[in-house]
Design a protein around this ligand. Structure first.
Ligand code: F0G
Length: 465
């Protein structure tokens, strides 16, 4: 039993095993469950009001007050200021998107896109990476590893190259990550291990290898990663003048985000800093829908920390027996064995959560709408908008609800899917999207082919504009 104010704790209350903050177990030594970073708030100095954070705005020349993660450090106080490693992550914005609101079916002024593509490596992962990286340095790590569908690896590679403090070792499924993300891993000098398998295989291997070689693991199974990701919610609240929206809608892959968001809200409620919590909606891709199947169909719940293990095991046995592999154009969330499943159940339990799935067709149509009426995103991110639309159609989201969709990654992460959607070349469309069951590019913005002739060019502009 630890006597520190900050420690790690098994998420299952009936176990409740604790570890020091300087340990790197990444699983409960007693029951094998997931770990939380836990705080004895009575012995720390949390803010009295969320408005206290506004004082940081005038201190932007201090890197820790500038960082969109560490300016909230009183709510993730596991490191001292000298230990923190920041590369300027979290400078992201909440964009009111009325065109997308029309698509989703809510009133103008009610839909917001939290644009995490603005991070240094182009995805929300930097929020978590700065926290994991800080912890890695606290425990003296020299090498850090992850399995990835591309964004975690890009983020790790950027943190390693920008700080020069660690060697990045990344495991990816061969042919399973988009070119934008592969380009980042290579360009930033990560040791890139391409495994003949998918993300679920890579995730298993990286855990074995990290254990064997004593390499620091930065996947979201690492509880320090999730501490950083809590801050996405603090920024959403900040942008909404500290008032919770009705809904937070987020794509679900390894379920790190939803777990982190849930923890953020649970802690804010515990500290009396937020009276009303938003509801959480997680959107799986239909081709990678373990969470939807287990929560939505098999009725798996948190059950006070004792979710039915048997239901989960049976489902995974069924995947194995039927040789079912995750498959979606939203490659970032092409995951069938989400490591944070129990934490995600806890988050949904506390925040009145729901889970839905969206087809690749709906994801790409939503992505085109986001591009045409927002800051743009990669396919996985658009699952949030497709899911919000579905929940609105079902009447679960009301027309006057305030809805925040998290855009997890930048539009340039996956140009192949975007170009294939808008292409005039049927063969490209079929090769990239037809094989995924996408039948039409409902909102395609096709390039206009014209001869190199001034009159023809002018004619085309007059016709099409
Ligand atoms: N959106 C994007 C763009 C992602 O890259 C990911 C996860 C998710 C959503 C899902 O988030 O895992 O917290 O539920 N990408 C991981 C990776 C798995 O390796 O980059 P989650």
């Amino acid at each position: 039993m630890t006597t520190e104010a900050v420690f790690q704790r098994c998420i299952h209350p009936h176990c409740g095993a604790t570890l020091g903050v300087d340990e790197t177990a990444f699983a409960c030594p007693r029951c094998g469950g997931l770990l939380d970073v836990a705080y004895d708030w009575a012995r720390l100095t949390p803010p009295k009001s969320l408005r206290d954070f506004e004082a940081k705005w005038s201190q932007r020349t201090d890197p820790l007050s500038f960082s969109g993660v560490w300016r909230f450090r009183e709510l993730l106080p596991f490191a001292s200021p000298e230990q923190i490693l920041t590369i300027g992550e979290g400078q992201t914005i909440l964009q009111q998107a009325d065109i997308v609101a029309g698509y989703v079916g809510v009133q103008p002024g009610k839909l917001f896109l939290q644009y995490e593509g603005q991070n240094p490596s182009g995805s929300f992962k930097d929020n978590g990476m700065t926290a994991a990286f800080t912890h890695a340095r606290m425990v003296g790590a020299r090498r850090a590893a992850c399995a990835s569908t591309g964004n975690t690896s890009a983020s790790l590679a950027v943190f390693c190259s920008a700080t020069g403090l660690m060697r990045a070792i990344i495991f990816i499924g061969s042919g399973k990550i988009s070119y934008g993300k592969l380009a980042q891993a290579l360009d930033h000098g990560a040791l890139t291990v391409q495994i003949a398998g998918d993300f679920d295989d890579a995730m298993q291997r990286v855990q074995q290898v990290s254990r064997r070689l004593g390499i620091y693991l930065v996947n979201s199974i690492n509880p320090f990663r999730l501490e950083g990701q809590k801050t996405v919610m603090y920024r959403v609240l900040e942008a909404l003048r500290w008032e919770a929206p009705d809904w937070i809608v987020v794509p679900g892959g390894n379920l790190g985000n939803v777990s982190a968001f849930g923890k953020a809200f649970i802690e804010l409620a515990e500290l009396g800093l937020l009276k009303r919590l938003p509801r959480l909606a997680v959107i799986n891709a239909a081709g990678a829908d373990t969470f939807f199947k287990l929560f939505g169909q098999a009725n798996l719940r948190w059950e006070g920390g004792k979710p039915a293990k048997q239901t989960i095991e049976e489902y995974y046995r069924h995947l194995d027996a039927e040789k079912i592999r995750a498959s979606t154009i939203a490659s970032a969330i092409e995951i069938n064995r989400p490591v944070n499943l129990p934490k995600a159940l806890r988050a949904l339990d506390r925040c009145g959560g729901v889970v839905r799935e969206a087809s690749d067709q709906d994801i790409l149509d939503a992505k085109a709408k986001v591009g045409a009426g927002g800051l743009g995103c990669e396919p996985a991110s658009a699952a949030s908008v497709a899911g919000a639309r579905k929940l609105r159609q079902e009447g679960i989201i009301a027309p006057n609800d305030r809805v925040v969709c998290i855009l997890t990654g930048h539009a340039l992460k996956d140009p192949t899917a975007t170009v294939a959607y808008h292409t005039t070349d049927q063969k490209t469309f079929e090769e990239v999207l037809g094989t995924r069951g996408v039948r039409r590019a409902t909102y395609a913005n096709r390039a206009v082919q014209v001869p190199n002739d001034l009159d023809e060019i002018i004619k085309a502009i007059e016709v099409y504009s």
